[in-house]
Each structure stands twice: as structure tokens, then as C-alpha cells.
Design a protein around this ligand. Structure first.
Ligand code: GTP
Length: 931
């Protein structure tokens, strides 16, 4: 049996698909949609109910001719638009539209249909459309238009009369309207060419259009009522839900003390600043930790499920609305749907877990993350703000940890695809074999650190040092009677504060050396602070006890004030009394160190890849990069692949600090390492890795990381910084033989900055002064290049001369600081000092035409010179200050007039000089300003 689809039937019946679907359902026939099929019986039933004949259009003999004649396509082709939202079209509008339709229809001359017309004998008749509103067409309409005079069949559309193809006359002046007689329904079907006059006020539509319009209208009304009801119900439900939620929240709040509630909803950092807060609507929960940009420490953050309640409310309401709409067999209406075209294919398939994963390499930009999750970046930013990251913008990137927290809020997970150094570099425990203690000697300048070390290792380090001051960290392993000890000789000069702190970071014990004749000095206190910060035990060595002016008791008292109480006073600090010069007490000191080491029970693994710390590094002309490293774990071999900071290389050679070649080095051994492709900064960790490829990967990853960090810093570029000028500033490029010196110099010189003039080190590096350094300096105002134990190479010198950039080299740090101070002063505005010369007394006045008033004077004290400044004093009051305009003796201009002589003086710009005025002559001497 043939079936017909809904849309086919709708076409046949000339109704909208949706309307027919509804109609069919209302007949109790279950269908899914327009693609559903109907059996013949069902279709006939629908046709009957719809008002058409039961016969299918394919059976014209049955009288199922199309209900309308072929006519003007305009009215039927017009789509019927509905409003999905907002008020329905105004009734007036609709009526106007209907009037237009009717006018249109009335203008049409019925054309003969090729199809056989239905005859009265036709068994199935179509229902004639009954206009709901009679007399919509005003009588004037028919009179105004000649078309209105065209007679038409007033019979139902099922009996269309043949009519001329087109007889619409041209517009002509209309005759006066006359009441039209009511035309009776013709009993005989009209023939082709017959004119049928419509009764006035009769609404005539062509077949399906009338039905369609009527149906549409009904449908609209029903739908509007449904929508109104639907919206009313949703609004009521939402209101009920809101009331319920508010009541629950109020009850909960009332049950919980306010303070507790607050405490659970905010997270404060150590300074009491709120760094995260939960929404009041939701119960906060701690999901993880996050590093906040404002604090180096990790902060506990409450990740709130903000707006959860509200979102659920909306979602529930929407879901219910959809269900109801489904039950009624129509598509749920969306308040925000704009496109009212055909239904869209919307996938409701839940995104798979795999797709809800975002791959993050180190960091991800907010915009990128939002894009990948399909949410607005503003939502993401709001979430981050909620976590306390207030400064975040769309262009910022978040790290993996932060991304994980944020992604979780949106139901996503983060896949960390960043490079993991741990896969290449193993961590080591402080377990294994006993190892030698690493001892750092700290103390004030000249208190005897180097001499002590010198005595211990029986060499003459102090004698060979430039300027007699230790310039860089030295690390030495010394075999004592009590066992091996590694000494790190940090410089005592305050300029080396940074290096000293690194020394404390690798050290096990600090030997604080204090000269018995000098006592606790500022650097001594600094050293104590460093040691305490590093939580390293301190052994005090009171030195120079051989000196006659030494006062051990006084020093011990001073130490007590610093919290270092000797054992003999009931404290815990070991205090040794020594003379580094004579060696007295040094053995006792070493014994104390051995005891301390034993207590500490220092261990390290001796197997496995080596790791340790760079103590110092420099670029040696013949040997390349020489890094002094302290092995702290594993065994370092010649041929190992080493990575330190952003440098790597194969170990070409290992040497003891004394220059002895060795093949390997165990924990607590300082060695000079050759083979790195650059000088890593002191304090950096070094690691042995499996292969050169691994080393390259690590290095490139570290470089990339650094670049990222630099790009995140939104500060001015190097060049911008160079060019920026507020107060005069000396811009320095430092080149030093070793990294430690470069850094120390940088710190020292920058500390010289004062309010009037600043010192800015634009670069501090290792190696000879080259052209690049000069070019860099050339971009700056007031540039200066400083070399520390390095030379100038290549074209650097002539280029610097051409660019007028001074290059100064030093081998002792304080010389450099003195020179920089001078340079800083050069940048200051000059200052002047008044130097009195003499006094002349006015005796008489001589008005001279070209010169003005000449004061005839006698020099009563000192002398007066032509270039003198003059102060005019009358009755002990200064009444004018200016310069000498003319100085003459008789008629001759002179340079100087000495005491006792008479002269004529013209005070520039002042002619009110009077006898007995005193003219005080002085000079302004330029003096160098002070910092
Ligand atoms: N009389 C006497 N002089 C000492 C003693 N120890 C050091 N000196 C002298 O003190 C001066 C400074 O000694 P250094 O060992 O260079 O002092 P330092 O603390 O290493 O100084 P920096 O390297 O500048 O930090 C030298 O002239 C030493 O000879 C000592 O025990 N007795």
C-alpha cells in the first residue's frame, strides 16, 4: 500500500509542514515529524478533516482537481512568517494585509483551467472556506478600482469558472460607487469568458489560501497562548526556585557564625591580603595550589564553583521547557534564537573526554585556552580573578598548574606536554658515603681569612692577590690531621656579598673570622646573617691573638651581642682563638671543625652521574671556559657530558684548584672543569647527563624558558633602558675575567648611585672588551666601559675612541669604585664658592657720558680685579650685587688695583653708587660638586 509523507501531504493540502504535523497529531495519529509517513487511510482521514476531498491528486477523475485555478502566483507564493519572540503582529496590520490579499484576489480574472472542473455530480465536495470576518473589504475598494468591477465566480473554489486569461483593465477614472446587488450563487457553472460579480463585502479567497490564512491565524493564536502559558509557568518556577534558594541560603547563613563563613570563603596570604574568595552562592572547595605573581610562595587558593546555583537554576528551567516542548511535539523555543529559518542540525552529543583535554607546554595564553575550550576569554579571566590573579589579561599566559585549576572549572583537563628536566637529571639524596665537610670562611676585610687558609694549605695565596684582597671565590680541599676539609675562601670585601651568599648555600659549616684587634664589624654581622639564613653552624675564629693590641674578651662580648655565645659562657658556639700568622690555635680550630662535621654526619652518594655547584667560572685564553665546581654527589669523570645553566660540554679535563690534573672527582671535591661552551654564573648547579643530545635539549629548553620569562616581563627593552634618562646617569658596560668579579663589580658600582646621579650597569659579562661592548655602550648617554683583569681586543679601542667612549681597566675593585665616583661627579652641575678679593671705598662720583657713573674709589683692603664680582654695601647692608663694568686708574683700563691705590670703578648696571659705599670685590671659584 502506497504511503505518503507528511511534507508531501502538506504540499498537496497547501499548508505548512508544521501545521500539518500538528493537525495530524491532533487526530491521534502518531508521527515524528515531516518525514513521517501516513498510510492511505490515514492520509484520507487527514484530507477529510482538513477539508479536502479524500481522493489523491493523482486521481483527477475523482474530482480532486487542485482547488485553485492557475492564477497570479503572488498570494499563495507568499511565505507566512511568524514571530518567534515578541508581540504578535498588530491586528490592524494583519487586517490590512488581508485587505491587500483580497484586493489582489479580486483583481484576478479567473483563467480557464485545463483540468476538468468538478461538477455537481462530483461525489466529494470541498468545503468552501468561510471567511471569519465578513465585510473586510470596504465598498470603496471595489469602486475605486476597476478591478473590483470584474465579475468573479462567487461559488466555492471547488467550482472555478473558466475565465479569460487576463482581463485586468488599465486603471481608469473610477465611476462613483454604487451599491452592488447581492449576486446569487450560480446554479450553472460559469463558462469560459463569463464574468461573475462578487457580492459586495464578500470575502473571496482562492481555495487553499483562505484555508491557509485561517489556519495560520488559528495556529498563531494557539501558539501564542501556549507560549504565554509556557513563559508564565517558567517564570513562576524560576521565582519559586529563587525563593527556595534564598531561604536555604538564609537558613545556612543563620546557622553558621559570620566569621566562620567569611573565613571559609576567603584566602589571605601571609600579609593578610585576600588572594582568593569564593562566591557566596556556592560552597567553596580547595582544589589545589597556585603560585601567585604577587608572592614567590605558593598560595592556597579556594576555587569557587561560582554561580553554580544560578547556572543550575537556568539549566533546570531550560531543560523543563525543552521537555514540555517535546511533549507537545514541537521544537523548543529559544529566547535567543534569531534565525527563524528551518530547523538546524544541532549535535547534542557530549564531547568525549579525550577532546576535553588541552595540551600545555610550560604555559598557555589565556586567549588560546579560551579558544580551545570554546568559552569566552572574559569568562576565563573572571575565573582567574576569582583566584586572586588580578593583573591577568587576555594576552597573559598561565603556567600548567594554573591552567589545570582553571580548566577544571570548565570541565577540561590539562595534559602537561612541557619538557621535564627530571627525566634527564636525577635528584640525589643526602645519603651514601661519609663526605668531607665544606667549610666557608667568612669575615670582615683584612681580618685574616686568606692568611688562615694559607696557613692551612701552606701556600701563599694572599701574597699573589692583586691589591692584597681576595677577588674571587676559591675552593680548596685540604688534608688535615682530622681528615679532609673543603674550604671555600669567600672574599671578605663587602662588594662580594652576593658571592658570599652563594658560598653559604653550598657550605656545611661557616668559620667566622674576627680579628682580635678589631672586633665585630659590619661585614661580620652580614656574614652571621648569611650563615643563619642558610641554617649553617658557625665556628668562630678570633684571629690575630698574637698582636699586642688584641682583646679577645672584648671580641667575645661583641659576639655575644650578635647571639654567638661561647661554650665557656654556657653557649653553644665554638670559639677558637687563633693566629693565622703564627699558626697558634689553628689545629684546635680544625679539630672543632671535625667535631662539627661528625655531628652533622655528612653523606653523599658516590655512584651515579655527578652533580654539584659552580663555584666560579672564567674564560681562559688558552684553555677556554674554566669552571671551578664543587662535586656534591656522584663521581665526575673526564669525558662526562655536563650541563650547567645554559651551557654544556664534554669534560675535556679536570684539575684541582692547585692545577693538578685528575681523572675523576668524588663528592666534596672542588675541581676545575674544562669543556663547557660558556661560563655559567657562580652558584649554578651542574649535572652530568647521558648524552650530548640530552644536554642540547636541556640547554635549549632552559634558553627557551628564559626567553619566555623575559617576554613576560613587560619592562622596557635593554635599548629603551639605556636611552631612558631622568637624572644624570653613568651607563657602564663591565667586562671581567670571571663571572663572580663581573657580578661583584656590578653590585658595587650600582650601589654607588645617589640621588643626584645614578650608576647603571647595562651589561656585565666575562671576557675581553670587544667591538660589541663598544657598540652597546655607544647607544647610551654618558657611557663607560670597565674592564676588570681583561684587555681590549680587535677594533674595540679605535671604535671607542671614535665614539668617544672611555674604556678603563682595573685589577682591584676599590680602584674601580673610586674612578666611578669621579666619573659620577663629572656628570653633576658645577658648584661655586665665593673667594673674597678686596674692598674699595667710594670717595667721589664722576658722571662720564659713555661710561655712566664712575665711582672714584680707594682700595682699602686686598685688591680689586677687572673680572671681580662686586657687592655694594651701604650702612652695612648689601644694596646691589653685580660685576665690574670698568676698572681704570686715571684713564687707563687696568686688570688689577691693589690695596692703597685709587681707581675708577663702574658697577655694571648700577648707577646709584654714593660716596662712602663699600665695594666688596670677590671671585667665584668653581668647586667639584660632591655626591
Ligand atoms: N699579626 C697578625 N696579622 C695577621 C694575622 N692574620 C692575618 N694577618 C694580616 O692581616 C692582613 C690581612 O690578612 P688577609 O688574610 O689578607 O685578610 P683577608 O680577611 O683575607 O682579607 P680580604 O682578602 O681582603 O678579605 C695581612 O697583612 C695579614 O698578614 C694574624 O693572625 N696575626
Amino acid at each position: 500500500m502506497a504511503k505518503i509523507r507528511i511534507y508531501e501531504l502538506a504540499k498537496e493540502l497547501q499548508v505548512e509542514n508544521k501545521a500539518l504535523v500538528k493537525e495530524v497529531r491532533s487526530l491521534g495519529i502518531e508521527i515524528k515529524g515531516v518525514m513521517s509517513t501516513l498510510s492511505d487511510d490515514e492520509a484520507d482521514r487527514v484530507r477529510r478533516e482538513h477539508g479536502s476531498g479524500g481522493a489523491r491528486p493523482s486521481a483527477p477523475a475523482a474530482g480532486g482537481a487542485k482547488p485553485k485555478q492557475k492564477a497570479s502566483p503572488a498570494p499563495s507564493a507568499r511565505p507566512i512568517r511568524r514571530r518567534a519572540k515578541g508581540p504578535r503582529p498588530a491586528v490592524k496590520e494583519r487586517e490590512k494585509e488581508r485587505e491587500r490579499e483580497i484586493e489582489e484576489a479580486q483583481r484576478i480574472t479567473v483563467t480557464p483551467s485545463p483540468a476538468p472542473v468538478s461538477t455537481p455530480s462530483t461525489p466529494i465536495r470541498r468545503r468552501a472556506p468561510e471567511p471569519r470576518r465578513p465585510a473586510v473589504v470596504p465598498s470603496e475598494a471595489s469602486a475605486a478600482s476597476p478591478a473590483a468591477a470584474v465579475q468573479r465566480p462567487s461559488a466555492p473554489a471547488s467550482t472555478p469558472a473558466p475565465a479569460p486569461a487576463s482581463s485586468t483593465p488599465a486603471p481608469a477614472p473610477a465611476p462613483a460607487p454604487e451599491p452592488e446587488p447581492v449576486v446569487e450563487e450560480p446554479r450553472v457553472p460559469p463558462k469560459v469568458g463569463d464574468r461573475i460579480e462578487l457580492p459586495k463585502g464578500t470575502r473571496r479567497f482562492r481555495g487553499g489560501l483562505a484555508a491557509k490564512l485561517e489556519k495560520q491565524e488559528k495556529d498563531d493564536e494557539v501558539r501564542a497562548a501556549e507560549v504565554a502559558e509556557d513563559e508564565r509557568r517558567v517564570a513562576a518556577e524560576a521565582e519559586r526556585e529563587a525563593e527556595k534558594a534564598a531561604a536555604e541560603a538564609a537558613a545556612e547563613e543563620a546557622a553558621r557564625p559570620a566569621r566562620e563563613a567569611d573565613a571559609r570563603r576567603v584566602v589571605r596570604n601571609e600579609d593578610g591580603v585576600i588572594v582568593a574568595a569564593a562566591s557566596k552562592r556556592s560552597e567553596p572547595k580547595i582544589l589545589g595550589f597556585i603560585s601567585l605573581p604577587t608572592s614567590p610562595r605558593r598560595q592556597q587558593v579556594i576555587i569557587t564553583e561560582a554561580n553554580k546555583g544560578r547556572t543550575e537554576g537556568r539549566a533546570t528551567a531550560r531543560k523543563r521547557r525543552e521537555e514540555r516542548a517535546q511533549q507537545r511535539g514541537r521544537r523548543p523555543r529559544s529566547r535567543f534564537r534569531r534565525d527563524r529559518g528551518g530547523p538546524k542540525q544541532v549535535s547534542t552529543v557530549e564531547m568525549s573526554e579525550a577532546k576535553k583535554r588541552i595540551r600545555v607546554d610550560e604555559a598557555i595564553q589565556i586567549s588560546d585556552m579560551a579558544h580551545q575550550m570554546g568559552v569566552k576569554a572574559s569568562r576565563l579571566i573572571r575565573t582567574l580573578w576569582g583566584m586572586g590573579m588580578r593583573n591577568i589579561t587576555i594576552n597573559n599566559a598561565v603556567d600548567v598548574e594554573t591552567a589545570e585549576l582553571v580548566a577544571a572549572e570548565f570541565g577540561y583537563t590539562i595534559e602537561n606536554v612541557s619538557f621535564q628536566e627530571d627525566e634527564f637529571i636525577g635528584a640525589y639524596e643526602d645519603e651514601g658515603e661519609l663526605r668531607a665537610p665544606v667549610v666557608t670562611i667568612m669575615g670582615h676585610v683584612d681580618h685574616g681569612k686568606t692568611t688562615l687558609l694559607d696557613h692551612i694549605r701552606k701556600s701563599q695565596v694572599a701574597g699573589g692577590e692583586a691589591g692584597g684582597i681576595t677577588q674571587h671565590i676559591g675552593a680548596y680541599r685540604v688534608e688535615t690531621d682530622q681528615g679532609p676539609v673543603v674550604f671555600i675562601d669567600t672574599p671578605g670585601h663587602e662588594a662580594f656579598g652576593a658571592m658570599r651568599s652563594r658560598g653559604a648555600a653550598v657550605t656545611d659549616i661557616v668559620v667566622l673570622i674576627v680579628a682580635a684587634d678589631d672586633g665585630v664589624m659590619p661585614t661580620t654581622r652580614e656574614a652571621i646573617a648569611h650563615a643563619k639564613e642558610a641554617e649553617v653552624p658557625i665556628v668562630v675564629a678570633i684571629n690575630k691573638i698574637d698582636k699586642p693590641d688584641s682583646n679577645v674578651g672584648r671580641v667575645e662580648q661583641m659576639l655575644m651581642k650578635e647571639g654567638l655565645v661561647g661554650e665557656k659562657f654556657g653557649g653553644e658556639t665554638t670559639i677558637a682563638h687563633i693566629s693565622a700568622k703564627t699558626g697558634e690555635g689553628v689545629n684546635e680550630l680544625l679539630e672543632s671543625l671535625a667535631v662539627q662535621a661528625e655531628v652533622l654526619e655528612l653523606r653523599a652518594p658516590v655512584e651515579g652521574p655527578a652533580a654539584g655547584t659552580v663555584i666560579e667560572s672564567r674564560v681562559d685564553k688558552g684553555r677556554g671556559t674554566v669552571a671551578t665546581v664543587l662535586v656534591q654527589a656522584g663521581e665526575l669523570h673526564k669525558g662526562d657530558i655536563v650541563v650547567a645553566n645554559e651551557f654544556s660540554g664534554k669534560v675535556r679535563g679536570l684539575y684541582t684548584p692547585a692545577g693538578k690534573k685528575v681523572k675523576n672527582a668524588l663528592p666534596s671535591t672542588p675541581v676545575e672543569l674544562l669543556g663547557l661552551d660558556g661560563a655559567p654564573p657562580a652558584g649554578e648547579r651542574f649535572h652530568v647527563v647521558d648524552s650530548e643530545k640530552d644536554a642540547r635539549q636541556i640547554v635549549s629548553h632552559r634558553r627557551e624558558q628564559r626567553r619566555r620569562k623575559e617576554s613576560v616581563l613587560s619592562g622596557p627593552s635593554l635599548l629603551e633602558r639605556i636611552k631612558s634618562k631622568k637624572v644624570p646617569s653613568l651607563k657602564i658596560v663591565i667586562k671581567a675575567d670571571v663571572q663572580g668579579s663581573a657580578e661583584a663589580l656590578k653590585n658595587t658600582l650600582e650601589e654607588l648611585s645617589v640621588e643626584k646621579v645614578r650608576v647603571e650597569v647595562i651589561q656585565a659579562g666575562v671576557g675581553a672588551i670587544n667591538e660589541t661592548d663598544v657598540k652597546l655602550a655607544a647607544a647610551a648617554e654618558n657611557p663607560l666601559i670597565i674592564g676588570f683583569n681583561v684587555k681590549t681586543v680587535g677594533k674595540a679601542a679605535p671604535l671607542a675612541e671614535h665614539e668617544k667612549i672611555p674604556i678603563e681597566t682595573f685589577s682591584v675593585i676599590y680602584e674601580a669604585t673610586d674612578r666611578i665616583r669621579e666619573r659620577m661627579i663629572d656628570l653633576l652641575e658645577p658648584e661655586y664658592r665665593e673667594v673674597a678679593q678686596g674692598v674699595a671705598e667710594v670717595r667721589a662720583l664722576f658722571p662720564i657720558p659713555r661710561l655712566g657713573v664712575v665711582a672714584g674709589c680707594r682700595v682699602i683692603k686686598g685688591s680689586v680685579t677687572r673680572s671681580s664680582y662686586i657687592r655694594v654695601r651701604r650702612d652695612n647692608r648689601v644694596i646691589y650685587e653685580g660685576k665690574i663694568g670698568s676698572l681704570r686708574v686715571f684713564k687707563d683700563d687696568v686688570r688689577e688695583v691693589k690695596e692703597g691705590m685709587e681707581c675708577g670703578i663702574v658697577v655694571e648696571g648700577f648707577s646709584e653708587v654714593e660716596p662712602e659705599d663699600l665695594l666688596e670685590a670677590y671671585e667665584l671659584e668653581t668647586i667639584r660638586p660632591e655626591l
